[in-house]
Write a protein that binds this ligand. Structure first.
Ligand code: HPA
Length: 237
């Protein structure tokens, strides 16, 4: 049985899923990290590949951009395909001065201005956070990788790439927020609602406060490899 946005047959998607934003990145991760990867879904150009990572069955599927897009794929994977763990791998804009371009950010919490994660409990401000065991495994994997600068803390999952509220960045920086991206809070909310596990591991691709030189293609490649290695270690933990 296919879902509205996934055409795979039951059993064709592994319980462990790596989820980049970009569909081309999903194909590259499948080629670079999975053995015997097979295309199992291709609706709207969002391909899903299933193979093995060091012998463990694993799938890679893109989320598209933004909380609404991610929430569709994550919900269908968790609810209809038996997926237990999704780790988002993506890029983020640094906002804390502690964070530099090419660093890894592991999102221990996700703030958002989106209405997608509307898990409302009257009188309660809900915390959107990753699964603690996945978080611990990712931190251990990051610690074990040579030459990787990593940070663990809150990120801001924004509905705006352009034209967000002008005051919000300064306030978020004052509240120790590390970076801005556009999906983590949606993933954490869907995982809570579905009773499943999730984590977000990001590479800082640009810095909104202290812009510097762009990454070279080799640096981009190294950052990407560190992020996927950390995310896959968390999935397999
Ligand atoms: N904003 C939102 N998402 C991003 C950014 C940004 O500046 N950089 C990379 N992903």
């Amino acid at each position: 049985m296919a879902t509205p946005h996934i055409s795979a047959e039951p059993g064709q998607i592994a319980p462990l899923v790596l989820m980049p934003g970009d569909p081309r990145r999903a194909e590259k991760i499948a080629n670079d990290f999975l053995e015997a990867a097979v295309l199992v879904s291709d609706v709207r150009g969002i391909q899903c590949f299933t193979g093995t990572y060091d012998g463990t069955p694993m799938s890679v599927m893109a989320s598209g951009m933004g909380l609404p897009s991610l929430s569709i794929y994550a919900t269908e994977l968790y609810r209809f395909y038996g997926v237990e763990r999704i780790v988002r791998v993506g890029t983020a804009g640094g906002i804390s001065t502690a964070v530099e371009v090419r660093d890894v950010v592991i999102a221990s919490a996700a703030h958002t201005n989106s209405s997608v994660p509307s898990l409302t409990v009257p009188g309660v401000t809900l915390a959107l956070a990753p699964d603690p065991y996945l978080l611990r495994a990712a931190m251990n994997a990051a610690e074990a990788l040579d030459g990787v600068r990593y940070h663990v803390g809150p990120v801001f999952a924004s509905d705006h790439f352009y034209g967000g509220h002008p005051d919000s960045m300064g306030k978020l920086i004052g509240l120790q927020t590390l970076a801005v991206e556009m999906e983590a809070a949606g993933l954490y909310a869907v995982a809570l609602a579905e009773g499943k596990q999730a984590l977000t591991v990001l590479t800082v691709s640009d810095h909104l406060v202290t812009p510097g030189a762009d990454l070279t293609s080799e640096e981009r490649e190294n950052c990407y490899r560190s992020m996927v290695t950390i995310a896959a270690a968390a999935l397999r933990s």
